[in-house]
Design a protein around this ligand. Structure first.
Ligand code: UGA
Length: 453
């Protein structure tokens, strides 16, 4: 099939590349000439494992081209995919400016039947709204359809997710539109959910919000574990073996971040308040997520004092999660800011997100290390903020140089016993450790000093 994909971000670029791998002729369109030049020259604008190979192979085989000229991109396309960003606006709602602009531009160029598919994450009602917008901006009457086809790609794994989705959701009130999309996805062995526009739009938000709920739920359980002496990893394992619950997204930590969960949960909450419905559970999910990073930071200040000036922290991990260079809404970045705000110096290392972090955080008080070892060199304490596989290989020996011997593991990736047996003080999320005992002792003795006992 001939396809046009508008927007070359995570969804658009990965989508265009994998569509072409399936044998389709795909034109990727973006307004950013420098980005298009880079991609065409084989330099990926994002760090995404496996992406470069699939893009280059399909460019070479003449199935994948890129342009800034929308008319050229649309010319032969049977399906046009809108994959532009829908960032969070001040009200919490998704900002639809880019979708609207692209819809109008498509309308002005439409001269024969085409299916316009929205892959961007958009609130309930947007597909119908976009259809109206296109109708109003057509130069002359022409037949077209609109369909919703939300994406469930995870950054860091998006090429595989695109190739092998758990399910494909297609929503439209036009059978012709649904048939075209079924033809595109016909070779997939996983289910295709055919539905109306609004259900398709809501499936995307409900899925992200549910996953975020799982994370906030396990983070609440971690709080109980901290207080009761249970171990959250064991609790999650025991829960996850129930096939109705499942083991994934039950990793307690410093809370979820990234360009999707925070904005999508907020947008769904805004949609519900716009419908005069108070979605209490979602409010809780967001509050717990905000609180979680503070609990982590408080562990540090309870152990080392509120004034951290004169202390240097090795920080491992800046990206919002592993396998990406993306730092949008990264809780790790937020924690570095909190540490800096308390006067600490930072020696940071991330396998992929160094450049992005430097651009956002600057280098005042922050040394960007070349390796894990370089980050640890001369540091007083360690913060682990992103669960990169590399960090899971840390050995107690590598940590002996920390002057305070304190390890604040925000992602529960180290082996508690191994770390403690080596004489280090370990702080984790939802685990009784020698670090949590130290905090308990400190607060008991300060209560005595303050005459509370
Ligand atoms: C998420 C969804 O997982 C995708 O299905 C969806 O397509 C995408 O948003 C989107 O809407 O575009 P992504 O943002 O790439 O994907 O990242 P996730 O792997 O979902 O992780 C999100 C955050 O939750 C990260 O900060 C991660 O560290 C955190 N997390 C994840 C936990 O704290 N615990 C877990 O158990 C899992």
């Amino acid at each position: 099939m001939n396809l046009c994909v508008i927007g070359t971000g995570y969804i658009g670029l990965v989508g265009a590349a994998v569509f072409s791998e399936w044998g389709n002729n795909v034109v990727g369109v973006d307004i950013d000439q420098a980005k298009i030049d880079k991609i065409t020259a084989g330099q990926m604008p994002i760090y995404e494992p496996g992406l470069e190979e699939v893009v280059l192979t399909n460019i070479k085989e003449n199935r994948l081209t890129f342009t800034t000229d929308l008319s050229q991109g649309m010319k032969d396309a049977e399906i046009i995919f809108i994959c532009v960003g829908t960032p969070q606006s001040d009200s919490g709602a998704a900002d639809l400016n880019a979708v609207e602009t692209v819809a109008k531009q498509i309308a002005q160029r439409l001269d024969s039947y085409k299916l316009i598919v929205i892959k961007s994450t958009v609130p309930v009602g947007t597909n119908e709204y976009v259809r109206e917008l296109i109708k109003q901006n057509l130069k002359s009457p022409v037949d077209f359809d609109v369909a919703s086809n939300p994406e469930f790609l995870r950054e860091g794994y998006s090429v595989d997710d695109m190739r092998n989705p758990d399910r494909t959701v297609i929503g439209s009130d036009s059978q012709k539109a649904l048939d075209l999309l079924k033809k595109l996805y016909a070779h997939l062995s996983t289910p295709i959910v055919e539905c109306d526009f609004r259900s398709a739009e809501l499936i995307k938000y409900a899925s992200n919000a549910f996953l975020a709920t799982k994370i906030s739920f396990i983070n609440e359980i971690a709080q109980l574990c901290d207080r009761s002496g249970a171990d959250v990893s064991t609790v999650a394992k025991g829960m996850g073996l129930d096939t109705r619950i499942g083991p994934r997204f039950l990793q307690a930590g410093i809370g979820y971040g990234g360009s999707c969960f925070p904005k999508d949960v907020a947008a769904l909450y805004k949609t519900s308040t716009d419908q005069a419905y108070d979605f209490k559970l979602l409010r809780g999910v967001m509050e717990v997520n905000e609180r979680q990073r503070k609990f982590y930071f408080n562990k540090i200040t309870k152990a080392l004092g509120k004034n951290l000036s004169g202390k240097t922290f090795a920080v491992l991990g800046l990206a919002f999660k592993e396998a990406t260079d993306d730092i949008r809404d990264s809780v790790a970045i937020e924690i570095v800011r909190l540490l800096r705000g308390a006067g600490a110096e930072i020696r940071a290392f991330d396998p992929a997100a160094m450049e992005n972090s430097k651009a956002q955080l600057g280098d005042k008080g922050i040394y960007y290390a070349n390796s894990i070892e370089d980050s640890l060199n001369g540091a007083d304490a360690l913060c682990i903020l992103t669960p990169w596989d590399e960090f899971k290989q840390l050995t107690p020996n590598m940590l002996q140089g920390l002057s305070t011997k304190m390890v604040f593991d925000g992602r529960n990736i180290l082996d508690k016993k191994e770390i403690q047996d080596a004489g280090l003080t370990y702080f984790a999320i939802g685990k009784l450790t020698n670090g949590s005992k130290l905090i308990a002792e400190k607060s008991a003795s300060s209560a005595v000093l303050n005459g509370k006992h």
